[in-house]
Write a protein that binds this ligand. Structure first.
Ligand SMILES: Nc1nc2c(ncn2[C@@H]2O[C@H](COP(=O)(O)OP(=O)(O)O)[C@@H](O)[C@H]2O)c(=O)[nH]1
Ligand SMILES: [Mg+2]
Length: 456
């Protein structure tokens, strides 16, 4: 994949397709003013920067529309180039006509993400910020929005730069000694050097560690409700959602398939999955298939809510459910729920993440909801303005962490070859620079911006 040309003029609709009250058409490039002037009347001789004018759009002698037009003189624009934004009536016919007029005026149709690509190439945004523009548009919850908006504002980039700076100094100290063939430099204070390298490594790991929570904030946290048959899983799902999503019955084995529902809890998107009960004596094939699906859902969960009927003594199915729930992946959380607390309870809650609730009366549900989003809330309250939500950034941070681990191991040996130490530092720095796009190869850029939509 190659990057598109950036020295020509592009045009695209910036608003979604279809009819609407208004639509915005954007032109960017050295010929943007000229192309726009070819169909605007009166044609602005010297368009005023960042001021809106009401102009008529004409196709030859024919009136197309009246539109509000804003001219941005580069570099003070989103893309860094001369840019024109036309707010016209949102009729697909008008939009098509204006785009055709712009094409006739010398523009070409923009490809996916080309406006933001130009902004990146012209230094208006670094790569991490540019990527977050897509996340900002896609953000469907307050949490996802906050993670994206802080990234667009440069929080992740600032953290990465702050980590890079000491690594650059360390590398400079090494390189000065590697170049010092006359041995005029004082020798390296290895302990101090290793201490500073370890501090940088901890920063890298710290930033990477927020990824799991960050991904959950961006995509929604997956919470699987599991437990013995008839413990009240489906009732609990309905109570959490506030409407009857799942069928509830006194008969065991009502829920066979897994069933999903998404809600926003405290600004965070949560995707609940109700599952078939884990029966110690699974009889039918259908029941066994339901349990297989439940087990699979548990494996990909961010949190598992293990429900048991607190009004009865522990059963073989409870023990089976306990065993299945233990298969949740490392890093996922287990929340135990003693349901039916409206009845006299035969069991006591054990451990920290164990709550008494009643799906019937709603007792204990606020506490359960709070526990479900506790991790996400903590991620924000830890002062982590920078939250890594991108798998690409996480991969780069992990790779940088691996280089730093190798460096730390190497520095334990007093006679370690310094060329190798410098190599690890360069490796780590390269990964961090890749996040910011300082060293991103064309294919990486083409891949990132190719996933954007046209007009962005
Ligand atoms: N008293 C009481 N009964 C409940 C509660 N939650 C569920 N039930 C009842 O327990 C039975 C099984 O509920 P259901 O949600 O279908 O359980 P599931 O098999 O785990 O999905 C139904 O008769 C529910 O009405 C609760 O909090 N209190
Ligand atoms: Mg059920």
């Amino acid at each position: 994949m190659k990057l598109p040309e950036t020295n020509d003029t592009i045009v695209a609709q910036a608003t979604p397709p279809g009819a609407g009250a208004l639509a915005v058409i954007r032109l960017s490039g050295p010929g943007a003013f000229g192309a726009a002037s070819s169909f605007l009347s009166p044609a602005p001789a010297a368009p005023a920067h960042r001021s809106a004018s009401m102009l008529t759009i004409r196709d030859g002698g024919r009136l197309v529309d009246k539109a509000v037009v804003i001219f941005f003189r580069g570099p003070a624009s989103y893309t860094g180039q001369d840019t024109v934004e036309i707010s016209c009536h949102g009729s697909p016919y008008i939009i098509r006509t204006i785009i055709n007029l712009a094409l006739r005026g010398g523009a070409r149709p923009a490809g996916p993400g080309e406006f933001t690509l130009r902004a990146f190439l012209n230094g208006k945004l670094d790569l991490a910020q540019a990527e977050a523009v897509g996340e900002l548009i896609a953000a469907g919850s307050a949490g996802a929005h906050r993670a994206a908006v802080t990234q667009v504002e440069g929080a992740v980039s600032r953290r990465v730069r702050a980590i890079k700076a000491p690594l650059v100094s360390l590398l400079a100290e090494l390189e000065a000694r590697l170049d010092d063939s006359y041995e005029e430099m004082p020798s390296l204070r290895l302990r101090d050097f290793a201490r500073r390298a370890a501090a940088a490594a901890a920063e890298i790991r710290g930033l990477a560690a927020g990824f799991e929570a960050g991904r959950g904030i961006k995509e929604g946290t997956r919470v699987v409700i599991t437990g013995a048959p008839n413990s009240g899983k489906s009732s609990l799902l309905n109570a959490l959602l506030g409407y009857d999503r799942a069928m509830v019955s006194r008969e065991a084995g009502t829920t066979r398939d897994t069933l999903e529902a998404e809600i926003e809890l405290d600004g965070f998107s949560v995707i609940f999955t109700d599952t078939a009960g884990l029966n110690a004596r699974a009889a039918t094939r259908l029941e066994r298939e339901g349990m297989r699906r439940a087990a699979k859902a548990i494996e990909r969960a961010d949190a598992v809510v293990l429900v048991s009927d607190g009004s009865i003594d522990e059963t073989a199915s409870d023990r089976r459910a306990e065993k299945e729930a233990a298969r949740l992946t490392a890093g996922a959380r287990l929340i135990r729920v003693l349901n039916k607390a409206d009845l006299p309870l035969k069991r006591k809650p054990v451990g920290r993440n164990c709550l008494k609730v009643s799906a019937r009366t709603g007792t204990g549900l606020p506490g359960l909801k709070a526990l479900i989003v506790a991790e996400q809330k903590k991620t924000f309250s830890d002062g982590a303005q920078a939250i890594v939500t991108s798998a690409r950034h996480f991969a780069a941070l992990s790779a940088a962490g691996t280089e730093m681990d190798a460096l730390t191991a190497l520095l334990k040996n007093k006679t370690a070859p310094m060329e190798l130490a410098a190599e690890h530092l360069r490796g780590a720095l390269g990964e961090l620079a890749g996040i910011l796009g300082e060293t991103a190869p064309e294919e990486v850029l083409a891949d990132i911006f190719g996933k954007f939509c046209v007009g962005k």
